[in-house]
Design a protein around this ligand. Structure first.
Ligand SMILES: NC(=O)c1ccc[n+]([C@@H]2O[C@H](COP(=O)([O-])OP(=O)(O)OC[C@H]3O[C@@H](n4cnc5c(N)ncnc54)[C@H](OP(=O)(O)O)[C@@H]3O)[C@@H](O)[C@H]2O)c1
Length: 305
């Protein structure tokens, strides 16, 4: 790589991790209100596996004509700023690139995003920790908004995937709001889920007032909701069918720098756990995806440019 180019991980014809290519592209320039971040670390999320697997292309949810960029959340340093940006060059930030139908992403040397979409890192937070948080934490907080006010009656909330990035944060934030939370996870995750300060189950019975489906169990999770209860999913465009008077809703995460800044402070406070499984260089991005694709991973897999 020379100074005029930037590496970017993409897929053209997606058929699993082996289809990932690294392109050399011109270093992207920030427009008005934007910053260019030199990426320090970027996490791989389940959606990246979905994109590389081609499933979202087949559903018509990814329509890029040439290639699709990979990677959502990142940490790094502001390297250049467009007009009307208060953030200064050299500021350490984190954020995520919204959506997934795009030709660029955070698995790259550089990313250009709206300045309003990033949060300044709390003092002392290391880049790897910061890169593992923006998408799951923001999604969790925005899922809480979809859940709405805690009812006086009917506070029993089941959070599926409570050992995962989104689910663990949903469990913590929901319990703080007054929901009576039980986390659904694998039997080996019991101690971790109890450590979140919530109940645990690996084999839930039906009858929950609300299910927050961070494991994307879809119809199976809807079947656990009581008649007239509520289901909130995590797969926009793929919402399961409503049944028995159950309200079916979905969270669509949106970058929000102010919200993320508050959430990063909660991590510093120790309220929300951080787990990193492995870090690999961007040049080994295929191996990093293969590692996550094997399943059973606890914590984020990060790629480092
Ligand atoms: N709507 C949005 O904007 C948005 C944003 C971010 C994420 N998401 C979606 O949210 C989901 C969770 O993301 P994440 O980052 O939290 O993933 P993650 O860290 O991989 O967590 C998912 C967890 O669910 C567990 N799980 C799956 N099936 C289970 C089952 N039947 N019983 C118990 N546990 C089960 C997994 O365990 P195993 O590894 O053992 O299977 C894993 O611990 C993904 O589908 C992702 O695409 C949506």
């Amino acid at each position: 790589m020379n100074q005029q180019t930037s590496r970017r991980a993409v897929v053209r014809t997606p058929h699993g991790p082996e289809s990932i290519e690294i392109l050399d592209v011109p270093v992207p320039e920030p427009g008005q209100g934007q910053v260019r971040v030199k990426v320090a670390a970027a996490a791989i999320n389940p959606v990246d596996l979905d994109v590389t697997g081609g499933g979202l292309h087949r559903l018509g949810l990814v329509t890029q004509p040439e290639h699709t960029g990979l990677g959502s959340d990142f940490s790094g340093v502001v390297e250049a700023a467009g007009d009307d940006v208060e953030l200064t060059v050299g500021t350490r930030v984190a954020g995520f690139v919204g959506g997934f139908d795009r030709d660029h992403g955070a698995h790259a040397d550089h990313v250009v995003v709206d300045a309003a979409d990033v949060a300044v890192l709390p003092d002392g937070m290391c880049p790897n920790v910061a890169a593992s948080l923006p998408l799951p934490l923001t999604t969790a907080a925005q899922l809480l908004e979809v859940l709405g006010a805690v009812p006086a009656e009917g506070r029993r909330l089941l959070v599926t995937g409570a050992a995962g990035g989104v689910g663990a944060a949903v469990a913590v934030l929901a319990a703080e709001r007054g929901w009576e939370v039980t986390g659904l996870a694998r039997p080996g995750d019991e101690a971790f889920v109890h450590g979140l300060g919530v109940g645990f189950t690996a084999a839930p019975r039906a009858g929950w007032d609300v299910v927050a489906d961070a494991a994307a169990m879809q119809d199976e999770a809807v079947s656990l909701v009581r008649a007239g209860g509520k289901f909130v999913g995590v797969k926009p465009g793929l919402e399961p069918a409503a049944e028995r008077g159950i309200a079916v809703d979905v969270v669509v995460s949106r970058p929000d720098g102010r919200l993320l800044a508050r959430l990063l402070d909660r991590v510093v406070d120790g309220a929300v756990p951080v787990r990193i499984h492995a870090t690999l260089p961007l040049a080994e991005v295929v191996s990093a995806y293969q590692l996550l694709a094997k399943g059973g991973v606890r914590g984020r897999v990060l790629v480092l440019p």
